[in-house]
Design a protein around this ligand. Structure first.
Ligand code: NAD
Ligand code: DAO
Ligand code: ZN
Ligand code: ZN
Length: 369
């Protein structure tokens, strides 16, 4: 069948909206009609050409919400009509990683997903007989997309898909980084570097964890208003200081914060985030995705003296078993999502969503199909 999609033909070029072919789901796959999708910085990163796994032509997008339209042979865990959130970190429940109890990084379909293909090694998207690749196993910038069954989380049908689509990446990643990865405890001090969808969600997570002080750091002061609304207590713009920002934060906090989170993808900032942590116990979590080939550095003595460096993908959240409860928390009013949606638009205006992000004017743009 045909579907409308925003196609990334090559790195650095705007997406083009067109009709492409999408094949029926094969064994273990489902076809989902996207109702809405967010646009995350990671989509922009891949489109820029900086992503070593970026493959073109492809259908980007990984922050979606939709309805199951068809299921392939052998699919048992979801049915036509179910509401689902696509998972770029799937959950097979059977692989060594899933069974470890230590990580959410299911590896069941990792190899093919990284090649922009479905688990059988082929693509469901094409145009004029030529394949178009999948992206992160999700490709939510197509109205109809095909996903492995293990890469969808079935959620409450009452949840508005044009909001909870954001739980498919940004909000869950930020909250999960605080609650699952860092395990921030009540009374802890927290610094958040970068106040986009991810950093603002870290702030939400820190509030849920009952942190005593949440220091919001961004070079765009316009981001501070939303950070304050979500619960940040202190606001720091590194451009206003001549000292390295880690020194400023160490001075502000009697020796450093208990936890810090890098939510930009800037390796210098990753160092600052580590080095603003308290000697003896401070922990820094890298969430931002740095450019291809970039490396982090610090003096090893920073670690010898007790600071810890970690990273997180999708906030350590296991999508099929844990994401439905994030949706329930949103429905109860415990997780804020609506506030993050600063712009909505149709698929034909998706390039505007990228522009707004690059101009620092949006938190999240949501594309409504
Ligand atoms: P965004 O573009 O919406 O926000 C980035 C923010 O960082 C902006 O507010 C910007 O002003 C600020 N910033 C830029 N340079 C800065 C600097 N030098 N100092 C302080 N602030 C600075 O991006 P986002 O969607 O929130 O994503 C943030 C990062 O997280 C990206 O690298 C993205 O790829 C990554 N990400 C990681 C995961 C994961 O699972 N690890 C998931 C989603 C996104
Ligand atoms: O299992 O080796 C692996 C890779 C899993 C991909 C996790 C990606 C997380 C960071 C990218 C941000 C996603 C929006
Ligand atoms: Zn994302
Ligand atoms: Zn698995």
């Amino acid at each position: 069948m045909k579907t409308r999609a925003a196609v990334a033909w090559e790195a650095g070029k705007p997406l083009t909206i067109e009709e492409i072919d999408v094949a029926e789901p094969k064994a273990g796959e489902v076809m989902v009609r996207m109702v809405a999708t967010g646009v995350c910085h990671t989509d922009a990163y891949t489109l820029s050409g900086d992503d070593p796994e970026g493959i073109f032509p492809s259908v980007l997008g990984h922050e979606g919400g939709g309805v199951v339209e068809a299921v392939g042979p052998g699919v048992t865990s979801v049915a036509v009509g179910d509401h689902v959130i696509p998972l770029y970190t799937p959950e097979c429940g059977k692989c060594k990683f899933c069974l470890s109890g230590k990580t959410n990084l299911c590896q069941a379909i990792r190899a093919t997903q990284g090649q922009g293909l479905m688990p059988d090694g082929s693509s469901r998207f094409s145009k004029n007989g030529k394949p178009i690749f999948h992206y992160m196993g999700t490709s939510t910038f197509a109205e109809y997309t095909v996903l492995p069954e293990i890469a969808v989380a079935k959620i409450n049908k009452a949840a508005p898909l044009d909001k909870v689509c954001l739980l498919g990446c940004g909000i869950t990643t930020g909250i999960g980084a605080v609650l699952n990865t860092a395990k921030v405890e009540p009374g802890a001090t927290v610094a958040v570097f970068g106040l986009g969808g991810i950093g603002l969600s870290v702030i939400q997570g820190a509030v849920l964890a009952k942190a005593s002080r949440i220091i919001a750091v961004d070079i765009n002061t316009e981001k501070f208003e939303m950070a304050k609304l979500l619960g940040a207590t202190d606001f720091v713009n590194p451009s206003e200081y001549s000292d390295p920002i880690q020194n400023v934060i160490v001075d502000l906090t009697d020796g450093g914060v208990d936890y810090s989170f890098e939510c930009v993808g800037n390796t210098n900032l990753m160092r600052s985030a580590l080095e603003c942590c308290h000697k003896g116990w401070g922990e820094s979590v890298i969430i931002g995705v740095a450019g291809s080939g970039q490396e982090i550095s610090t003096r090893p003595f920073q670690l010898v003296t007790g600071r810890v460096w970690r990273g997180t993908a999708f906030g350590g959240v296991k999508g099929r078993t844990q994401l439905p409860d994030y949706v329930e928390q949103y429905m109860r009013g415990d997780i804020k999502v609506d506030e993050m949606v600063t712009h909505t638009m149709g698929l034909d205006k998706i390039n505007d969503a990228f522009d707004l992000m690059h101009e620092g004017k949006s938190i999240r743009s949501v594309i409504i199909y």
